[in-house]
Design a protein around this ligand. Structure first.
Ligand SMILES: C[S@@+](CC[C@H](N)C(=O)[O-])C[C@H]1O[C@@H](n2cnc3c(N)ncnc32)[C@H](O)[C@@H]1O
Ligand code: SF4
Length: 429
């Protein structure tokens, strides 16, 4: 057994008590699930792109206007179904991801948003992902007029040679102009996604990317290392995987370069991979712990259950049209799994509060994880100020590496299977 396999095994035992994680083909009952909730979040998946990037793990297919219109109609029906259950419960976060949501600007996205606002008690601004090629001045006005206040742009790299390697369909000059137009549009937060540790990328190129983004006036940067997912065309690109020592140390070093640039420019750490300007409300995916996922591959998490819609766009539309729920897989979560899931996401956000844990689970955080908290404080990865626990930069990175040891494997198995089979009987993680 390799060191990685051994670590993975130990972590699984620690988090799950040795139980296997099995998602099964079952639609969970929603009866009573919303009764005691204060708020819920909403996620909408837009599974269309104008091109398929070779490294991308997300659920998507090539854009087709007619399919997108049918899809928009199906999503509106799905919203109506949930509206019956959630009634007047406040929806306090709304995130539209993909795929590429901006492919649907002329094929039903505005109607979906209007429908959401008509049917649900929306108490939040909308966060949405976009592709740089969709950000003409006209489209940016349309996006703002739809009520989107937080916009993310998939820039990825600011050197033409890396854009070519990634098969991105634009040049640095074009993408820079798109970002500048978005910054000038007056959104509450413009986030730029970038990927680092690209094949052959130098420290200077990483540095240049960081400085340029600061100078361009973006509010937030999400800088992800290039992950290799086994079911994508780039599973083995550049020879080393996600967890080789060389790869891990190179990523830590490059992330350190970006940390220094963004901290010096007055940005704050808002997640493992994101840096946000001081006083700007961060762009992010669902912010409340409980959420409903709409559309193909939309995932929902409601305290003790997690369920996932079919990934297949045609099957999703057919299920909705036939009056069925499009849920393909679900899993009931034990108390241990819920606590581990809570901690996973709080570590991702780089900080957490003992009082929030108690509020959610009625237990002391130290009762459950006390020895690990003491150990992490001792090695300097965690600062403990009584209620709030804040991870150091090293703690953020290396704890995330540990989390990734099994989460990338879980995501790959789950998404890999769900992308191949619309209605899998069972997925064992
Ligand atoms: C849904 S895409 C963004 C919106 C749009 N589809 C686009 O490509 O511009 C989400 C982001 O995930 C990141 N991403 C995708 N595949 C990745 C990978 N293999 N490793 C690291 N980041 C990745 C990219 O930064 C990408 O912008
Ligand atoms: S990176 Fe963006 S555009 Fe490329 S395939 Fe993934 S979701 Fe689509």
């Amino acid at each position: 057994m390799s060191l990685q396999d051994w670590l993975r095994h130990q972590l699984k035992r620690l988090v799950l008590g040795g139980q296997p994680l099995a998602l099964v083909r079952q639609v969970p009952s929603l009866e009573g699930r919303f009764r005691d909730l204060d708020a819920v979040g909403l996620y909408l998946h837009v599974p269309f792109c104008r091109q398929i990037c070779p490294y991308c793990p997300y659920n998507k297919e090539l854009y087709d206007a007619e399919t997108a219109r049918h899809y928009a109609d199906a999503v509106k029906v799905e919203i109506d179904r949930y509206a019956q259950w959630i009634g007047n419960l406040p929806v306090t976060s709304f995130y539209i991801g993909g795929g590429t949501p901006t492919t649907m600007l002329d094929s039903g996205l505005a109607e979906i948003l209007e429908h959401v606002y008509r049917r649900l008690n929306m108490q939040c601004g909308v966060h949405m992902e976009s592709h740089p090629n969709d950000l003409s001045a006209g489209n940016l006005s349309t996006i703002a007029a739809m009520g989107i206040e937080y916009l993310s742009i998939g820039v990825e790299a600011l050197q033409d040679r890396h854009l070519r390697t990634l098969h991105r369909p634009y040049t640095v000059e074009q993408v820079t102009a798109a970002v500048e137009r978005a910054v000038g549009q007056g959104f509450r937060c413009v986030n730029v996604d970038t990927i680092f540790a690209l094949p052959g990328q130098s420290d200077d190129e990483v540095r240049q990317t960081g400085h340029t983004l600061v100078e361009m006036g973006v509010d937030q940067v999400a800088a992800y290392p290039l992950f290799r997912f086994p079911y994508t065309r780039w599973s083995e690109v550049d020879g080393h995987g996600n967890h080789s020592e060389r790869g891990l140390l190179a990523r830590r070093h490059m992330l350190g370069i970006l940390e220094r640039i963004f901290y010096d420019a007055g940005f704050e750490r808002t997640s493992v991979w994101a840096f946000t300007r001081h006083r700007v409300r961060k762009y992010c995916s669902v912010t409340v712990p409980l959420y409903l996922g709409l559309g193909a591959s939309g995932g929902s998490y409601l305290e003790d259950v997690f369920f996932l819609n079919t990934f297949h766009v045609g099957e999703y539309i057919r299920a909705i049209e036939a009056g069925r729920m499009p849920v393909a897989l679900s899993i009931e979560l034990t108390a241990e799994m819920q606590m581990a899931g809570w901690l996973y996401w709080r570590i991702y956000e780089t900080r957490f509060r003992r009082s929030d844990f108690r509020h959610r689970f009625g237990l002391g955080l130290d009762q459950v994880y006390g020895k690990y908290i003491r150990l992490l404080s001792l090695v300097g990865w965690l600062e403990d100020d009584g209620d709030e626990l804040v991870l150091s930069d090293d703690g953020i990175y290396w704890l995330h590496v540990l989390q990734d040891l099994f989460s990338i494997q879980y995501v790959s198995t789950l998404w890999g299977t769900a992308q191949q089979e619309p209605w899998p009987e069972k997925v064992l993680l």
